[in-house]
Write a protein that binds this ligand. Structure first.
Ligand SMILES: CC(C)(COP(=O)([O-])OP(=O)([O-])OC[C@H]1O[C@@H](n2cnc3c(N)ncnc32)[C@H](O)[C@@H]1OP(=O)([O-])[O-])[C@@H](O)C(=O)NCCC(=O)NCCSC(=O)C[C@@](C)(O)CC(=O)[O-]
Length: 303
């Protein structure tokens, strides 16, 4: 069995983690402090905000202020979601280092999430990717619902492969494969990835798994065996998707780091600082910490 020697973690908590947080608007300084603590822990890729309609996702309404307020540091990429040109213009004005476009392998989810068909979403991304390129900004792509859809149920691996391939051909440097509602299992994850890698090289793919059914760490182990080298995760397991009812957050970054350390895979991230950050943000949000590793280690350290 062979695993990659290094893995890059893409931290999602400030965007995917907070976008769906119910209740009061999360104050901008809290978002900024979260991002800075994550960077202090050694995370080099942090999705900081989302330039989407504030009517659709109110928690991301301060995307400009968040990105403008972060103290930039060499070697750390602060990214933002941009569903259309208006979003990209916002991201450029706020000096995002990188942006991401997002579609899905399910028509029903795409309609609910961004109010258009998959084909229309890809059409919309053409000028976004071109304008980003002219501004020297890299574009990441997401495919949601890669192992199941909250509205249509089963999603075929070939449908995932088709959208992933199109995003790469359009100019995305990497495509992140989202198990949006966390219904995948290790075998399903492997089959899905096998279908995608027939069209997209493994080093242009990332795993973005939610933990709704408690399978995310097992699914990550399965795709690490296949050679995945980029993993999206969210500190304390924060999050959920506003257009995927019942979906829990991304797999907790602390739990992924513990898995990787156990496999001898390098990340450059300080687990204890990450755990402290997870406890800090969950206290701010008055919610439970979704990381099993944080709870176990926190108990050991009397946190
Ligand atoms: C895409 C739209 C905008 C289409 O929404 P629409 O209503 O079809 O768009 P529109 O062009 O008709 O515009 C409607 C209004 O939104 C405004 N608007 C239009 N664009 C923007 C923008 N960029 N920023 C700010 N405002 C914008 C626009 O100006 C207008 O304002 P009004 O005239 O009514 O006052 C909408 O559907 C939307 O914002 N959706 C966001 C959905 C979202 O953020 N979902 C969560 C992220 S995806 C995710 O979490 C999954 C992922 C990535 O993590 C992977 C996984 O887990 O699977």
């Amino acid at each position: 069995m062979s695993f990659p020697s290094t893995v890059r973690l893409f931290e999602m908590s400030a965007r995917d983690g907070l976008q769906n947080e119910p209740g009061d608007f999360i104050a901008t300084p809290i978002k900024i402090e979260l991002i800075e603590r994550l960077a202090d822990a050694g995370l080099t890729h942090i999705e900081a905000a989302s330039f989407v309609s504030p009517k659709w996702v109110p928690q991301m309404a301060d995307a400009h202020d968040v990105l403008s307020g972060i103290q930039r540091r060499p070697g750390v990429t602060f990214a933002a979601l941009t569903p259309n040109l208006k979003g990209l213009e916002g991201a450029i004005a706020a000096k995002a280092d990188e942006v991401a476009v997002f579609s899905a392998a399910s028509e029903a989810f795409t309609q609910k999430n961004i109010n258009c068909s998959i084909a229309e979403s890809l059409e919309r991304f053409i000028p976004v990717i071109e304008t980003a390129r002219q501004n020297g900004i890299r574009v990441r792509g997401y495919v949601s619902t890669v192992m199941g859809c909250p509205y249509q149920g089963e999603v075929s691996p070939s449908a995932v492969a088709k959208v992933a391939q199109q995003l790469i051909e359009m100019g995305c440097y990497e495509v992140s494969l989202g198990d949006t509602i966390g219904v995948g299992t290790p075998l399903k994850a492997k089959r899905m990835l096998e279908a995608v890698t027939q069209h997209v090289p493994i080093d242009k793919l990332a795993a973005h798994f939610h933990d709704t059914y408690g399978q995310a760490v097992a699914n990550l182990y399965a795709v690490l065996e296949e050679g995945i080298q980029v993993i999206d995760a969210s500190v304390a397991g924060l999050g959920g998707c506003p257009y995927a009812k019942g979906a829990s957050g991304n797999v907790a970054t602390e739990d992924v780091l513990y898995l990787l350390e156990g496999l001898g895979i390098e990340t450059g991230i300080d687990l204890q600082k990450l755990i402290n950050t997870g406890f800090w943000i969950t206290q701010q949000l008055k919610r439970n910490n979704g990381s099993k590793v944080a709870l176990a280690k926190g108990a050991c350290h009397g946190l």
